[in-house]
Write a protein of this length. Structure first.
Length: 75
């Protein structure tokens, strides 16, 4: 989903295919929402929601891109 937190719609990939940046979907449509994004010298924290399944996730990455921590919960 398009967000001011990620300007310019960078060319991300998921399962080897380009991610399509879309406006917020309607009820019943599938999309991932970037809820927050913060970075320091030592970590990047990304919070995502997948509304159609009622799932939220928070991932923390090290500067080399290694996943440090992942939490997933149903709302």
């Amino acid at each position: 989903m398009k967000t001011d937190l990620v300007p310019g719609n960078p060319p991300f990939k998921m399962f080897g295919s380009p991610v399509e940046w879309v406006d917020r979907g309607s009820k019943g449509e599938s999309y991932v929402e970037v809820r927050s994004l913060s970075a320091t010298r030592s970590k990047l924290t990304l919070s995502l929601a997948y509304p159609i399944e009622g799932v939220v996730a928070v991932a923390t990455f090290r500067p080399d891109g290694t996943l440090e921590q992942l939490s997933v919960a149903e709302r």
